[in-house]
Design a protein around this ligand. Structure first.
Ligand code: GLU
Length: 419
């Protein structure tokens, strides 16, 4: 394997889980060999003339991991720590996610090494349009369909759609998903990942004969995933005792009124200072004695160093890779269920798929239809992973990857790409 690929912990964690799952599911070594490296890795320079008149060159990536099941699919991340190895790990996870969720899509991921909060809106638009131009030959509705991820949103997708469409001379709404509904987006896409997290929590609780109405929940992150997860869990009667954002966390053992909190954080720009809640640190949130912990921010937050402080009974990975592979094993042996990212946060790409289908069809669905279909995919996928886990006496992370690998192995064999 190319040495540069394995420089990030995230990539190493994904490979470790893939190897373990491959052994349990008895996947052919040829299929595993193919899935260890991405099919194509694109690295581009993005010069941007900044508001102060100087040129700054940013580095962008798109890693197209696998397209055996369909066109490449996955988000674009704007974050200062983005690098090729991390993007490759995330692209591999996308291949596993789309496979597990039974979507006719492959896996990809991209990103730019940039702190978007340091750029003006005008600079962000220029950066995004130049990045879209560089990616132009490699993306398209039937080739590779980007979507939002950490640090990007529906506006980012709108700029990509516009740049791509201008350059091709035709409206190409299917080139990205997670775009505004006014220009071909799907109703329910914004809240999809958070909703998926909550459907997963419901199913995880069901395995313990528990109900969301009777449990305490802590959610790390109050952004694209965490906010919607909190909102839906609250609507279903769950008691959310703690949430956080980049500024820190808040805690109220009696439960937070999420409706009011959304309003508050919208006005103040943070959850900190919400009346009736105590300020705690993001780490303290992770170690609260709650029934369910949903880390919905960045990767690696629960790791070998802090894992023994975790007291939650169920962890549902709203983010990609928030629990490292080692920490996951330790949690499992402590009797804590970890529902892995490729299952728990799959709601986003599921509704991205619905959006893409609606774009190709030029026919749009009601939000209730989107929600109903999303719930059905999430429940079925959970059941599949849970059955594998029971049958093979394996944890949920290994089981989810095993279910994904089994579908991929079949497709690779049918296409003559492995045997
Ligand atoms: N970025 C999201 C993920 O990691 C969504 C990807 C997509 O919709 O293509 O799953």
């Amino acid at each position: 394997m190319a040495a540069f690929l394995s420089t990030s912990d995230l990539f190493k964690n994904v490979m470790k889980t893939m190897k373990e799952a491959g052994e349990i599911a008895n996947i052919s070594p040829n299929a595993l060999e193919r899935l260890k490296t991405p099919r194509r890795s694109i690295m581009v320079s993005i010069p941007v003339s900044m508001d102060d008149g100087n040129i700054k060159v940013f580095t962008g990536y798109r890693v197209q991991h696998n397209q055996t099941l369909g066109p490449f699919k996955g988000g674009l991340r704007y974050h200062e720590t983005v690098n090729l190895s991390e993007v490759a790990g995330l692209a591999t996870l996308m291949t596993m996610k789309t496979s597990l969720l039974q979507l006719p899509l492959g896996g990809a991921k991209g990103g730019v090494e940039v702190d978007p909060s340091k750029l003006s809106n005008h600079e962000l638009e220029k950066l995004t349009r130049s990045f879209a131009t560089e990616l132009g030959p490699f993306i398209g509705p039937d080739k590779d369909i980007p979507a939002p991820d950490v640090g990007t949103d529906s506006q980012t997708m709108a700029w990509i759609l516009d740049t791509y469409s201008s350059e091709s001379g035709y409206a190409q709404t299917g080139v990205v998903t997670g775009k505004p509904v006014e220009i071909g987006g799907s109703l329910g896409r914004d809240s999809a990942t958070g909703l998926g997290v909550v459907y997963t929590i419901e199913k995880a609780l069901e395995t313990r004969n528990e109900n969301i109405k009777d449990v305490t929940i802590a959610i790390q992150g109050f952004g694209k995933v965490g906010l919607h997860a909190a909102n839906e869990a609250f609507a279903l009667g769950g008691k959310i005792v703690s949430v956080s954002d980049v500024e820190g966390a808040i805690y109220n053992p009696e439960g937070l009124n999420i409706r009011e909190l959304i309003q508050f954080s919208h006005e103040k720009g943070s959850v900190i200072g919400f009346p009736g809640a105590k300020a705690i640190t993001n780490d303290e949130l992770l170690f609260l004695d709650v029934d369910v912990l949903a880390p919905c921010a960045l990767d690696g937050v629960i790791n070998s160093i802090n894992v023994n402080n975790v007291r939650a009974k169920i962890i549902v990975e709203g983010a990609n890779g928030p629990v490292t592979a080692n920490a996951s094993h330790i949690l499992n042996s402590n009797g804590i269920m970890v529902v892995p990212d490729i299952l728990a946060n799959g709601g986003g790409v599921v509704v991205s798929y619905f959006e893409w289908v609606q774009d190709l069809d030029w026919h749009f669905w009601e939000e209730a239809t989107v929600r109903g279909k999303l719930k059905s995919v999430m429940y079925k996928s959970f059941d599949k992973v849970w059955s594998f886990s029971k049958e093979h006496h394996k944890d949920m992370r290994t089981s989810a990857m095993a279910v994904a690998l089994l579908r991929l192995e079949k497709a690779l064999k049918l296409r003559g790409q492995a045997w």
